[in-house]
Design a protein around this ligand. Structure first.
Ligand code: DGY
Length: 324
């Protein structure tokens, strides 16, 4: 990178491995907080930058791109999801958009399995019962849940994370594995998974894991029509994006017995207000979008997001280049 060091703005405090990659090669400035930067602050601080390292909470729209100006060459998000970035507009302006694929696959897949077990076996209800002094004499039908053994598992989105979830769950004795939406090369064969249309997925699965991106095709695909087709015994897990589920319809499905339970690590909106109707349901386990919250993933996400910026300046192919 000959000449003047490129100006990079980072919209949050990020793990040190990311800073270490950039600090000798770029002029760094950042929002020195663990909290999301308000949009007006972002706009104030990015005039004339060459690169923006952002988070999934930062909407990168035309207003932000205009504020940065013509010098902006790359928007690198420290996340797998990039629906907060107007990629088309970036493309028109020849701005590279990069994400951090691969590095959080294991953490998200592990959390999906944990959430699935929490939900299927009603573990949080059990913990609460002990704390509330409701643990009386053994009762044969108290807090009975769902086993994975001999079930049909449906995966929406058999990409890296969907594959990671499915291969971890197979040893539990899953009888049949079906999937819809994307499938990366080789995953279905490796798992002996069968592609089915969305209707078959929702009709025949005992457990469904949503592992897909939010796209116009997947937006609210789990709505009242889908819930009507699901088994009453079905369990729905979402670690993809909240917008894949229509939450009012989910509430209706969970309270009317149309489906048995749901486990959500992602919601619409985020954060989900504590007084949201879903929060009070005993059969809905909600986590605060913590799928990739491990130090291993976070450090690697910071490294990848930083490395992607340098790759663009060096005219090398970035690891997670999503447009251009
Ligand atoms: C991602 O990377 O998109 C996750 O949802 C947050 O870590």
């Amino acid at each position: 990178m000959p000449g003047e060091k490129p100006k990079v703005y980072i919209t949050r405090r990020i793990p040190k491995p990311g800073i270490d990659i950039l600090k000798d090669h770029c002029n760094l400035s950042f929002w020195d907080s663990d909290e999301a930067i308000p949009k007006e602050e972002l706009i104030k601080n990015i005039t004339g930058i060459d690169a923006l390292l952002c988070m999934l909470t930062d909407p990168i729209d035309t207003e932000v791109l205009d504020a940065a100006g013509a010098s902006l060459k790359v928007v690198s998000t420290m996340s797998v999801g990039y629906e907060h970035i107007n990629t088309e507009e970036c493309k028109k302006r020849n701005i590279f958009v990069c994400n951090t694929p691969n590095v959080s696959t294991d953490s998200v897949a592990e959390l999906t399995v944990a959430l699935l077990l929490l939900t299927c076996r009603r573990l949080l209800e059990g913990v609460k019962a002990v704390k509330d002094g409701e643990w009386g004499k053994w009762k044969p039908m108290w807090l009975c849940g769902t086993e994975l053994s001999q079930r049909t598992l449906g995966i929406l989105g058999l990409g890296r994370i969907g594959y990671g979830v499915a291969r971890r769950l197979k040893p539990f004795g899953i009888k049949r594995l079906i999937y819809n939406d994307v499938c990366s090369v080789g995953y279905a064969d490796d798992l002996d998974a069968k592609f089915v249309d969305f209707d078959t997925l929702v009709t025949e699965s005992d457990i469904i894991c949503i592992c897909c991106n939010l796209t116009p095709q997947t937006k609210h695909i789990f709505n009242k029509d889908a819930f009507k087709k699901m088994k009453n015994s079905a369990i729905l897990i979402n670690t993809g994006r909240g917008g894949v589920i229509q939450h009012d319809d989910l509430y209706e499905a969970l309270t009317s017995g149309q489906i048995t339970a749901a486990g959500l690590d992602v919601t619409e909106p985020e954060p989900l207000p504590a007084d949201h109707p879903l929060v009070g349901l005993h059969n809905c386990v909600i986590l605060p979008h913590m799928g990739s919250n491990t130090w291993d993933s976070r450090n690697k996400m910071a490294e990848t997001a930083a490395g992607n910026i340098l790759s663009v300046f060096r005219n090398e192919t970035a690891i997670g280049q999503v447009n251009i």
